[in-house]
Ligand binder design. Structure first.
Ligand code: ADP
Ligand code: ASP
Ligand code: MG
Length: 429
């Protein structure tokens, strides 16, 4: 069995949905994970934002635009719009309710609820043996807001006992429930994560992520011209690229696949026969593979008030981040100071206040992490100097190397991000 995930563009219109139905209907049983149609999640978030600021008519207008679009898409698919009517009736009521963060989570779940209903209805109408397996009935978060793998496995197996006799099992990406049973999600781009969690739990033959490009490219095609697709990547390399900004994969979606050693293949819905990128536990040696960038980073430096950093200083610094459940991405130290990068600013004010009791603190926002990924073991001399030389005209705030064997990360001002990505492509590839 395989798990196939189709992203927003891949199901972005009635025509794209028909193409997906044709692509999956090869007579082999599979689980099909769908995103919302492209643009819908953003529009639902916009609707929630109107509700938050008390503009019910703005919310209703946005909903009406969406409903009109979906009526047309149903017509394009040749399915009865009545199957979507209950969703829009609920959304309409939501527009008039007061805002809570839960209302936003409920609203944003409709993108995937709607796309999977459309696809299932269409496929069944085509005479295909398709059935819906609701993600809200199996995908669960734990108290940390991360997937609860054990509970999800038990519930998923229960669900499969019911839908498993069908050939094409369609489920929603992204959406789940929290420990209270309320609707929640796996954060933006989370449909990839759903696919890898389901594929890992069931230890399928392969997890396929179908998107709008022919695999992972060696640099971000949104900012750099002439990028090339990579045929093979190791789990570790792909995980670093995803975590450090390659939008094609959700930041943590490689982890479950790696834990269960299930290969991941990235494929292009617009060009199904292109080879794409194959990700497994095999590392090819001696080369730099790719570059990615992650925005919205803060650089925090704490300088010890003593002449030398006393032992225990770092642990006190880290305790502050732990207390506010804020992860540190990069870290560099000197005799008297430590610099760290964080991407989560929800408790930054409190963190900075506490760090000021330990030393002199400086903070800089609007930074980007540039990550270079490949076989960067220390005995491959020269690769790191290539990276530094490529960036010789760009001010670098931090350099992190040696944390793993496959990554050099550098912190630069976001204003220099595109310049840095382009310079790296010129010098490395
Ligand atoms: P989906 O909606 O299918 O999940 P995404 O938009 O999330 O698709 O991811 C695909 C997009 O990721 C591509 O269109 C491309 O612009 C962007 N992208 C960023 N970095 C990379 C990269 N290194 N390789 C390929 N695509 C990338
Ligand atoms: N629809 C969600 C989003 O736009 C999840 C996904 O597409 O992966 O973020
Ligand atoms: Mg995506």
């Amino acid at each position: 069995m395989k798990v196939l995930k189709f992203g927003g563009t891949s199901v972005g219109s009635a025509a794209r949905m028909k193409a997906v139905a044709e692509l999956v209907a090869d007579g082999e049983q599979k689980i099909i994970v769908l995103s919302a149609m492209s643009g819908t999640t953003n529009q639902l978030l916009q609707m929630a934002e109107y509700i938050r600021v008390g503009n019910a008519s703005g919310a209703t207008d946005t909903m009406n635009i969406l409903e009109k679009k979906y009526r047309a898409e149903c017509e394009g698919l040749g399915i009865d719009y009545a199957v979507l009517k209950p969703f829009f009736s609920t959304l309409r009521r939501r527009c008039l309710q007061p805002f809570t963060p839960q209302v936003e989570k409920d609203i944003v779940s409709y993108g995937e609820l709607i796309s999977t209903t459309m696809m299932t209805t269409y496929m069944v109408q085509q005479g295909l043996d398709a059935a819906l397996m609701p993600a809200l009935d199996y995908m669960r978060l734990n108290n940390d807001g991360e997937p609860d793998m054990l509970l999800t496995e038990r519930l998923l197996r229960e669900q499969l006992a019911q839908t498993g006799e069908h050939l094409y099992i369609i489920t929603q990406g992204f959406i789940c429930r929290n420990t209270e049973g309320q609707i929640d999600n796996l954060r933006r781009g989370g449909s990839d994560y759903t696919a890898s969690i389901v594929g890992a739990i069931l230890e399928v033959d392969e997890i396929q992520i179908w998107t709008d490009i022919d695999g992972i490219h060696n640099n971000d095609p949104r900012y750099v011209e002439g990028t090339k697709p990579l045929r093979n990547l190791s789990f570790d390399e792909a995980a670093e690229l995803a975590y450090f900004g390659a939008k094609i994969l959700h930041p943590t979606c490689i982890l479950p696949a790696k834990m269960h050693n299930v290969p991941v293949r990235l494929l292009n819905t617009m060009e199904p026969s292109a080879p794409g990128t194959y990700i497994d536990n095999h590392t090819s040696s001696g080369t730099i593979k790719a570059v990615a960038a992650k925005d919205g980073i803060y650089a925090v430096r704490v300088q010890s008030d003593r002449m030398l950093m006393a032992y225990g200083f770092l642990s006190r610094v880290f305790k502050v981040f732990e207390q506010y459940r804020t992860a540190i991405d990069l870290i560099t130290t000197s005799e008297v100071a430590v610099s760290m990068s964080v991407d989560n600013d929800s408790h930054l004010k409190e963190i900075l206040a506490e760090l000021r009791t330990l030393g002199t603190v400086s903070v800089e926002g609007n930074m980007s992490i540039i990550s270079v990924v490949g076989d960067l073991r220390p005995n491959n001399q020269g690769l790191e100097s290539l990276v530094i030389t490529a960036l010789k005209d760009i001010p670098i705030r931090m350099i992190s190397y040696g944390g793993s064997d496959h990554n050099i990360s550098l912190l630069v001002s976001s204003d220099n991000k595109v310049k840095a990505l382009q310079a790296l492509s010129r010098c490395l590839f």
